[in-house]
Design a protein around this ligand. Structure first.
Ligand SMILES: Cc1cc2nc3c(=O)[nH]c(=O)nc-3n(C[C@H](O)[C@H](O)[C@H](O)COP(=O)(O)OP(=O)(O)OC[C@H]3O[C@@H](n4cnc5c(N)ncnc54)[C@H](O)[C@@H]3O)c2cc1C
Length: 404
C-alpha cells in the first residue's frame, strides 16, 4: 500500500544529511573541517562574520598548527597581537610576573571564527545555512534512524548530530542535561579599548573585589581588552565590577587616561562538563559540553580539539562512536578540570587564596634563588602548554622574572 499522507509526502521531500552540526563557532567549524566522506550541514543562528564575547587569547598558539590543520591554514591571515609577559595580582595586590618566549596570541573572534568557517566551507561535502534550531525529534525515515531538526518553519533530517551550539546548547538539553547551576557558570563583561599602549604585559587579577573569578587586561592590536569574570551570581551588576576594574587600571598606569571604550560585551562561560556528552549518534563539543578550563576560562583550544575529535570519530569510528568519543575526550576533560570531582566554586576559591598568599612570600624570596616553583608551576599548568617537546616553538625556553 502506498502511503500518501501529508506527513509521508513532507518526509519524502525533506532534506537529508549524514551529519548536522549545530553552531559554527570554533568547535563546529573544526568538527566540520575534520569530517570526510559524509554529507554535512553546518548551521548557525547568526550571520557570519559575527562577534562573540571572548578575550580572544589563543594560549600557547605557536604550537597549534601541529595538531589543528584548519588553524595552520588560517594563521598567516589572522590579525594577532603577541603577548609574552604576565603580571598576576591577588585582589589588586601585585604578586609576581613572568616573561616567556610567547604566552598567547590575542585575536578578534569576529575575524577568527569567520576564517575558520571559510576554511571548513572550502570542503565539497560541507554546506552552511543560517538556521536557528528550536526543536529536535528522534525519528525514522526510509528505514533509517535519525533526527529531524526544525527552526519552527523548515525541517531537516540527519542521521547524526553534533552539538557545538555554545553554553545554552539546545542539543545538550535534548540529551537530557539540565541547564548549568549558577555556581557552574562564569559571568563575564568585557570591553575593547582603543588607545596608545604604554604597557605590554598581560595582567590577571584574581579575587577582584573579593569575588571568585578574575579580571584581565590583554594588549590587542588596537589597544587593550579589559574584562571581568565572576563565578556564581555576583553581588553587584557586572558593569559595577568592570567600571571599578577600569578605574584601577588607570590608577596603576596600565591603561592611559586618554582612551576610548569601543564596545562592551557580556557573555557566560560553562565551568562544568555535562553528564551526557555523547550517545551513539549525538556528540557534544566545546562550550556545549562545558569544556572550558575552570581556572582561566580558556575554551577556544578545547572547542577546536573536541571538534576535531568529533569530526574524525563520526567519519571513521561510526560503529563504536560513543566508546571512541569518550576515550578520546578523557584527556581533554582532565586538562580543563584538573580535579573534576571538586566543585568549581570550592576549588577556585581555595586555590586562588592559598596559592597566591603563599606565592607572594615565595616570590619575594625567589630573588635570592631566582626561582619560584609555585608561580612557575601554576602558570605552566593553567596557561602555558608545552605538548610537543621535539617540534615545539617553546622548547629550550628560559622563563624570565623581572624585578618589580
Ligand atoms: C568573556 C569571555 C572571555 C573569554 N576569553 C577567552 C580567551 O581569552 N581564550 C579562550 O581560549 N577562551 C575564552 N573564552 C571561552 C571561549 O569564548 C569559548 O570557550 C569558545 O567560544 C567555545 O567555542 P564553541 O565553538 O564551543 O562555542 P561558541 O563560540 O559559543 O559558538 C557557538 C555557536 O553556536 C551558535 N548557536 C547557538 N545556539 C544556536 C541555535 N539554537 N541554533 C543555531 N546556532 C546556534 C551561536 O550563534 C554560535 O555561533 C571566553 C569566554 C567569555 C564568555
Amino acid at each position: 500500500m502506498i502511503d500518501n499522507s501529508d506527513a509521508s509526502r513532507s518526509q519524502t521531500f525533506m532534506e537529508k544529511y549524514d551529519v548536522i552540526i549545530v553552531g559554527a563557532g570554533p568547535a563546529g567549524s573544526t568538527a566540520a573541517y575534520y569530517t570526510s566522506g559524509l554529507r554535512v550541514l553546518l548551521i548557525d543562528k547568526a550571520d557570519f562574520p559575527r562577534h562573540k564575547a571572548c578575550g580572544g587569547g589563543l594560549m600557547s598558539s605557536r604550537d597549534w598548527h601541529l595538531e589543528l590543520e584548519n588553524y595552520a591554514k588560517i594563521k598567516d591571515r589572522l590579525t594577532t597581537f603577541s603577548c609574552e609577559a604576565i603580571k598576576i595580582y591577588w585582589d589588586c595586590e601585585y604578586i609576581a610576573n613572568r616573561r616567556f618566549k610567547h604566552l598567547f596570541d590575542q585575536i578578534s573572534r569576529y575575524e577568527f571564527d569567520n576564517l575558520l568557517l571559510e576554511e571548513a566551507l572550502k570542503k565539497d561535502n560541507i554546506t552552511f545555512r543560517k538556521f536557528d534550531l528550536q526543536k529536535i525529534e528522534k525519528t525514522t525515515l526510509e528505514g533509517k534512524g535519525g533526527y529531524v531538526i526544525s527552526d519552527g518553519q523548515d525541517s531537516i533530517f540527519t542521521t547524526c548530530l553534533i552539538g557545538a551550539d555554545g553554553i545554552h546548547s539546545k542539543v545538550s538539553k535534548f540529551l537530557g542535561n539540565p541547564p548549568p547551576k549558577r555556581h557552574q557558570v562564569g559571568y563575564c563583561l568585557e570591553c575593547d579599548i582603543v588607545c596608545e599602549k604604554n604597557d605590554l604585559y598581560v595582567h590577571a587579577v584574581a579575587g577582584h573585589l573579593k569575588e571568585i573569578g578574575y579580571g584581565w587586561i590583554f594588549p590587542t592590536a588596537s589597544g587593550y581588552q579589559v574584562g571581568v569574570g565572576i563565578v556564581r551570581k555576583p553581588k553587584h551588576n557586572l558593569q559595577y565590577y568592570l567600571d571599578n576594574f577600569i578605574e584601577w587600571t588607570i590608577e596603576k598606569k596600565i591603561l592611559p587616561v586618554r582612551h576610548e571604550i569601543k564596545r562592551t560585551f557580556g557573555g557566560a562561560l560553562p565551568l562544568k562538563v555535562v553528564k551526557t556528552y555523547c550517545t551513539d549518534d549525538v556528540l557534544l563539543c566545546g562550550d556545549a559540553m562545558g569544556l572550558v578550563k575552570i581556572l582561566t576560562g580558556e575554551g577556544i583550544y578545547y572547542a577546536m580539539c573536541s571538534g576535531k575529535i568529533a569530526g574524525l570519530a563520526l567519519s571513521h569510528n561510526r560503529k563504536n562512536l560513543k566508546k571512541t568519543y569518550k576515550k578520546k575526550m578523557r584527556p581533554l576533560i582532565w586538562d580543563t578540570f584538573l580535579t573534576p570531582y571538586i566543585p568549581p566554586k570550592i576549588l577556585t576559591l581555595t586555590f586562588w587564596t592559598v596559592f597566591f598568599r603563599i606565592a607572594k612570600i615565595f616570590d619575594r624570596l625567589a630573588f635570592l634563588s631566582g626561582l619560584n616553583l609555585f608561580v612557575d608551576y601554576f602558570i605552566h599548568m593553567t596557561m602555558h602548554r608545552k605538548k610537543f617537546n621535539g617540534q615545539s616553538f617553546y622548547r629550550n625556553e628560559e622563563i624570565e622574572i623581572e624585578k618589580y
